[in-house]
Ligand binder design. Sequence first.
Ligand SMILES: Cc1ncc(COP(=O)(O)O)c(C=O)c1O
Length: 300
Amino acid sequence: MTEPQPLALPTAFLNGQFVPVEEAKISPFDRGFIFGDGVYEVIPYYAGRGLRAKEHLQRLQRSMDLLDLANPYPVEAWERHIAELLKRNGGGDQAVYIQVTRGVAKRDFAPPKGLTPTAFMMSNVLARPSQALYEKGLNCVTLDDFRWGRCQVKSTALLGAVLLKHEATQMGADDCVLFRDGYLTESSASNVAIVKNGVILCPPKDNFILPGITYDLMIELAQQHGMPLEMRKVTRKEVLNADEIWLTSSTKEVIAITTLDGRPVGHASHAGKPGPLFWRMLDHFQTYKQSLQRLPAAAE
Ligand SMILES: Cc1ncc(COP(=O)(O)O)c(C=O)c1O
């Protein structure tokens, strides 16, 4: 018998109140439940210091603007509530999950005016990938990206991503690398970049990918450290012949994809292993994370 997993760390936030996570209850008429009519964010905090927390809150606002959804709190209030949540959940490294839905209403596709949004937050222990996982890398399969045309919105309507990840895991893979009309988009819950001949190639931030905060940081770090990078459309052929493939997200940070469709990624001595540019990028990333500790913690 497997032990039941806790839903999250013990304290959650619901509409201005801090409550035990098991007691956070919403109406089945919430449009988030009925339609997936809502947005979310996942913000990593390391010993209370947010990694690009402002940028996450800005993206939350952009997602809401694209759905014409009212933000229940100004940035300072979100920051205050997050700091309190981190404190109540014991500090340390936590991933804060924020969800805002359009609120409770009679079931009707057209959103009525003047609804009160539902605001929910929880947090989980943030465990970075283990050294063994960094060295092994991920095993992915390529799949056709059939999601909608507004992937830049971080929406809670995630059925496309759920089905794609389900298909990948049923095939025995860790995750998928997605293509739309022959071009690389991203993964089910991460951005993807490749390396070819020493150049990092990144798909453009259009409406077919989520503009990842970690993706932006990776791009910035590459530029800062003189690693050649091009943001442009990347073909399926280029991905299949890549020297390295990387995946970025707030919880996975940067990790290499070392097997794609059952074949090792890369060539020669690092075929099927993370490549040299990956190790350089991971190093820059960890140094950046350490530099956060010089900043005041969110709860201070
Ligand atoms: C579809 C998708 N792409 C990319 C990302 C990575 O974004 P971030 O680096 O901001 O976590 C996510 C994160 O959840 C995602 O769901």
